[in-house]
Design a protein around this ligand. Structure first.
Ligand SMILES: Cc1cc2nc3c(=O)[nH]c(=O)nc-3n(C[C@H](O)[C@H](O)[C@H](O)COP(=O)(O)O)c2cc1C
Length: 175
């Protein structure tokens, strides 16, 4: 898909009819790794859940009902970053942002992920409302990783229109 079109047609989808082929999911996660990162440290990590039993167990325990319903039938990708690496030097944090830089890098990674998915014919829903403690325990995610989002990836069962965006003048100042 042409890049401009990809940006325009991507939406958060809240009804899925199916998940994602394993090889396609691997391709999407491979492309997400092309995102830039602080000193190329690549601290983004993904836990890709495809197995129906694990999906059900994770969704039931870790997502509130509205996100569970929205993401039913989709694969779930939990994204995390390794803490205290990006944005840190030998003396500690490089600046006031601290681990915010790890979150920043993961956000870039996840942006690539959702666009790569769209480009392969899949849709996505990023979910920030989730129970990180339950996810950590169920997937065995180590304590040195910050759990950020759960991203549903699958075949869309709805075609939502575009959500409004603020005017450029409200969000950008040109100098
Ligand atoms: C960090 C983040 C967390 C989000 N968490 C949720 C969520 O928990 N549940 C949900 O339905 N949508 C969630 N969204 C989706 C946003 O509501 C959506 O991106 C926004 O309304 C713009 O719509 P669009 O993605 O279709 O352009 C989240 C998006 C982001 C980037």
């Amino acid at each position: 898909m042409e890049f401009r079109e990809l940006i325009q047609v991507r939406r958060s989808v809240r009804r899925f009819t199916g998940g994602v082929d394993h090889d396609d999911l691997a391709a999407i996660l491979t492309q997400a790794r092309q995102a830039p990162s602080w000193k190329n440290q690549q601290t983004a990590r993904c836990y890709a859940v495809e197995t129906p039993e694990v999906l059900e167990a994770l969704g039931d325990a870790a997502l509130p009902a509205f996100n569970r319903n929205s993401s039913r039938h989709a694969a779930l990708v939990v994204t995390t970053y390794v803490k205290n690496v990006v944005g840190f030097g030998a003396e500690g944090p490089e600046n006031e942002i601290g681990n915010g830089w790890g979150a920043y890098d993961l956000g870039l990674h996840d942006a690539y992920l959702i666009l790569a998915a769209k480009n392969l014919g899949y849709d996505t829903l990023i979910m920030g409302i989730r129970d990180a403690g339950v996810i950590r325990e169920k997937l065995g995610i180590p304590e040195n990783e910050e759990i950020m989002s759960v991203i549903a990836v699958g075949r869309a069962g709805e075609n939502p229109g575009p959500r409004p965006r603020k005017e450029l003048e409200e969000t950008v100042k040109f100098f």
